[in-house]
Design a protein around this ligand. Structure first.
Ligand code: UDP
Ligand code: MG
Length: 320
């Protein structure tokens, strides 16, 4: 594949009219002396304010700016996916549209890619968000993701990352999945690293998210776990636990029988009996779950190619 530009910056936009002029200014400033040929892909995720009009104005003035407009609000991940699909750069850098990420950090990320990494993940070491409903859930989610995926980063949720184009080919994004790309990429051999980046309070407007997002992140983590264990197969993961549990049930059952026949213990309301039943049924449940997981993983693989967004129009993009 021949790359048309060095870098594609991808920004999801949902009702960011106050931030858009600053965004364009700050990106242009940051890239001015960087010596890379770049495109800025702004994806309007069904904004209901004046965002699109502003995006169109900017794209008319600056041919490096490309705009994709969705038919409705499909969510941040879908917007990022659309940007990734349209990106023509050798390196792709997603970034938030509210300037919480700092465009001035981009050259630093590119330098890491030049060192030979395929994925450079931003780490908001000094995160400027509220503690209880944003930073605390993130700390818990990051710990969980780190344990479950085996790819150890401090801050999966940071939008600012840099990817070598090839890493994104074949990765299908949905839900809150954009944060799991480093884990999915690493599974197929990508070199992943992280780099502290700056973080600012939102320039204008309010966040589009609350605590409910954490729940969706956790659900997506389950999916990712299935996908990552797809090579080892969910049935093996759960089947192992199922077999252990059933073995424990058999042991507990044998003990029950021994107690009844050799020790003459009464089995009326005997907790051992209940434990045995629990373990045997539990083991069967585990194995069933493994089978279900197997089906989910397969269904996922087969459902690839299903669009997660619908485009209304494109500006400065060839087939727009
Ligand atoms: N965003 C989007 N679609 C949505 C919600 C958010 O494209 O449905 C964009 C939003 O405009 C911003 C980025 O995703 O550029 C991050 O959103 P936000 O700043 O609200 O999230 P937070 O920084 O609080 O995590
Ligand atoms: Mg934000």
């Amino acid at each position: 594949m021949r790359f048309l530009v060095d870098l594609s910056i991808v920004v999801p936009i949902y009702n960011e009219e106050e931030n858009i002029p600053h965004l364009h200014g700050r990106v242009s400033e940051a890239m001015a002396g960087a010596g890379v040929d770049y495109e800025l892909i702004l994806v309007d995720d069904g904004s209901s304010d004046g965002s699109f009009v502003l995006l169109r104005e900017i794209a008319e003035r600056d041919p490096r700016v490309k705009v994709i407009r969705f038919r409705r609000n499909f969510g941040q991940t879908a917007a990022m996916a659309a940007g990734f699909d349209a990106a023509r750069g050798e390196v792709v850098v997603p970034m938030d549209g509210d300037l919480q990420n700092d465009p001035a950090d981009i050259p630093m990320l590119l330098a890491k890619i030049d060192e030979g990494y395929d994925v450079v993940s931003g780490w908001r070491k000094d995160r400027q968000d509220t503690f209880i409903n944003r930073r605390l859930p993130s700390i818990i989610a990051n710990g969980l993701i780190s344990r479950m995926t085996g790819v150890h980063l401090h801050d999966y949720g940071c939008t600012l990352k840099a990817y070598r184009r090839e890493v994104l080919d074949g990765v299908n994004l949905y839900g809150e999945m954009h944060r799991f790309v480093p884990a999915l990429a690493s599974q197929v051999g990508a070199r992943v690293t992280e780099l502290p980046v700056r973080h600012h309070p939102r320039l204008h407007g309010i966040s589009k998210y609350g605590i409910s997002r954490t729940m969706r992140v956790v659900l997506d983590l389950m999916t990712v776990k299935f996908l990552l264990s797809y090579s080892t197969k969910p049935i093996q993961l759960f089947g192992k636990w199922g077999i252990y549990t059933i073995l424990a049930g058999v042991a507990s059952g044998s003990l029950t029988l021994y107690m009844k026949f050799f020790e003459g213990m009464s089995m009326n309301r005997n907790p051992l009996l209940i434990l045995t039943a629990f373990l045997l049924f539990g083991g069967v449940q585990f194995i069933s779950l493994g089978l279900l997981g197997e089906v989910s993983a397969r269904t996922y693989h087969e459902s690839q190619g299903k669009p997660i967004y619908v485009i209304r129009e494109k500006i400065n993009l060839s087939d727009g």
